[in-house]
Design a protein around this ligand. Structure first.
Ligand SMILES: Cc1cc2nc3c(=O)[nH]c(=O)nc-3n(C[C@H](O)[C@H](O)[C@H](O)COP(=O)(O)O)c2cc1C
Length: 344
């Protein structure tokens, strides 16, 4: 019988249970730099027994725009600030992965500034530069102690647009079919793997559907994942558009991307991380034991209760207290409104 509390290994990295913290942009960086509250946040998750922590959205291209308060890892100097995060997490025997993201389909000009282009008008040379920026970010991340990196290809940010037929009507090798649209991700994966050697994990977060007419379909998602799986990606986090759905209730409407993840399970052996509305231990254990899901990841439940996993492990197995109100999208530093109400 498989359970949430099994110890597993992902690319040789020991994970003390099957829980990830899903990437969550906290808006706590100072001009892109790591701050002490960010270090404390991740330390706390590690203390709370989260086995794998994926950082919030982190910009990896120097010419990319800026999500307010998001971290950047675009130079060696900036990378050094990340070392405090990786050391804090490793002290509690958890693993830490950088979410490497592009805000939009911005490319570098000859002067090194950013210019926004449609997916269809990005040149091959610009794509090559993008691939190289991912490679550089991975090398920097590895140097400062990250256990791996997650390529953010979901939620209509830069790479997700390249995967989506809504935006990508290219006729070259980077378009034309779901496999073509996934080629950039495969090339990014391959460039990173060639640069970091065998002990650094490469994950991807991807939409199982854009849930939009003419957008990425479930079949496209499966095809893209098959291509990534063939390339040797270490884990696929299954998300989707309308990512943080409201009003999720334990045992009622949990795990809203599970159906797509289960279809993917039939097609690939690559570890699958399921995100989206997981709230009870019973649902999570059933997905892991009976449905073959390898890992689950949590965002809002950990904003609400950073010690949730430790609580479950200690025997208090009542569901997450998160009510999926989504107020956390509006509060300062994306705090749970239940905490703010208590403080008031
Ligand atoms: C405040 C907030 C910020 C988020 N930031 C990110 C992010 O930086 N990167 C990402 O891939 N997903 C982000 N998400 C989406 C979550 O990782 C997750 O996919 C989604 O909330 C569903 O999981 P949940 O039901 O456990 O919250 C964010 C969600 C919230 C609530």
């Amino acid at each position: 019988m498989r359970t949430l509390f099994d110890t597993t290994s992902l690319r040789g990295l020991r994970l003390k249970n099957r829980i990830f913290r899903s990437a969550t942009w906290m808006g706590m960086a100072d001009d892109g730099k790591v701050t002490q509250p960010i270090v404390e946040l991740y330390r706390n998750y590690a203390k709370g027994q989260v086995a794998g922590i994926i950082t919030g959205f982190t910009h990896i291209a120097p010419y990319d725009g800026q999500l307010p308060g998001a971290m950047r890892l675009t130079s060696d100097a900036q990378a050094e600030g990340h070392r405090a995060i990786t050391e804090a997490v490793h002290a509690y025997d958890s693993r830490i992965f950088l979410q490497a993201a592009l805000l939009d389909t911005t490319v570098a000009t000859a002067e090194g500034k950013g210019t926004l282009k449609s997916v269809n008008s990005i040149t091959e040379a610009e794509l090559t530069r993008l691939i190289d920026d991912y490679r550089k970010a991975a090398v920097r991340a590895q140097k400062v102690g990250y256990d791996g990196l997650q390529i953010h290809a979901a939620h209509f940010f830069g790479l997700s647009k390249i995967l989506s037929p809504l935006y990508n009507q290219r006729r070259d090798a980077y378009g034309g079919s779901a496999k073509g649209r996934a080629k950039l991700l495969v090339d990014i994966h391959d460039a990173i793997r060639a640069a970091v050697g065998s002990s650094f994990a490469i994950l991807v977060k991807i939409n199982c559907s854009d849930f939009a007419e003419g957008g990425l379909s479930e079949e496209d998602f499966i095809e893209a994942c098959e291509a990534l799986s063939c390339a040797g990606i270490d884990a696929i986090e299954v998300s989707g558009n309308y990512t943080s759905r409201p009003h999720v209730r334990a045992h009622v409407n949990e795990a809203y991307f599970a159906q797509a993840a289960l279809k993917l399970r039939q097609q690939v052996t690559t570890p699958i991380i399921l995100v989206g509305g997981l709230r009870s231990l019973e649902t999570i254990n059933a997905l892991i034991d009976q449905e073959g899901i390898d890992y689950v990841s949590l965002s809002r439940p950990l904003l609400c209760e950073p010690m949730l996993v430790a609580r479950w492990q200690s025997g208090d197995t009542s569901p997450s207290r998160c009510v999926s109100c989504n107020a956390c999208y509006q509060t300062p530093n994306h705090q749970c409104i239940q905490h703010l109400r208590k403080e008031a």
